[in-house]
Design a binder for this molecule. Structure first.
Ligand code: SF4
Ligand code: SF4
Length: 115
């Protein structure tokens, strides 16, 4: 599997959980350790000690391969397409589920639903 990362930050967001704590979908709130640069790229301020960090409800930092979701444009998406694919848009504060061809399959969740 490729270890490339384009620093989009989509995988470093809160998760929406069901009552049993299982992840339903990503959220739009970035991890507090994520820095978003003016050009839209992101980086982790605790990268070398990030794994296992408890970062709040629904967000514990794990290896990318252990994330429950795939993200639009991520080089580390499951090549078999077995995970749900999402677009996390920080700028417009939306999360959209996509088909594997990139078309939308669900309505967006607005910021007021998550904050
Ligand atoms: S979703 Fe993929 S490309 Fe974006 S920050 Fe995470 S690993 Fe990198
Ligand atoms: S601690 Fe983990 S989730 Fe948070 S910014 Fe760093 S890599 Fe992303």
């Amino acid at each position: 599997m490729s270890t490339a990362c384009n620093q989009c930050g989509q995988c470093c967001t809160t998760l929406e959980l069901d009552e049993d704590g299982h992840a339903l979908r990503p959220g739009i709130i970035p991890c507090k350790r994520l820095k978003i640069l003016p050009n839209g790229k992101t980086y982790c301020t605790i990268y070398n000690r990030r794994l296992g960090s408890r970062l709040g409800k629904g967000l514990q930092c794990v290896m990318r391969k252990d994330c429950p979701f795939d993200y639009e444009g991520c080089p580390q998406n499951d090549p078999e397409g077995r995970k749900p694919l999402f677009r996390v848009d920080f700028k417009n504060k939306t999360v959209t589920e996509l088909n594997r061809d990139g078309t939308e399959i669900q309505d967006e969740t607005s910021s007021k639903d998550n904050i």
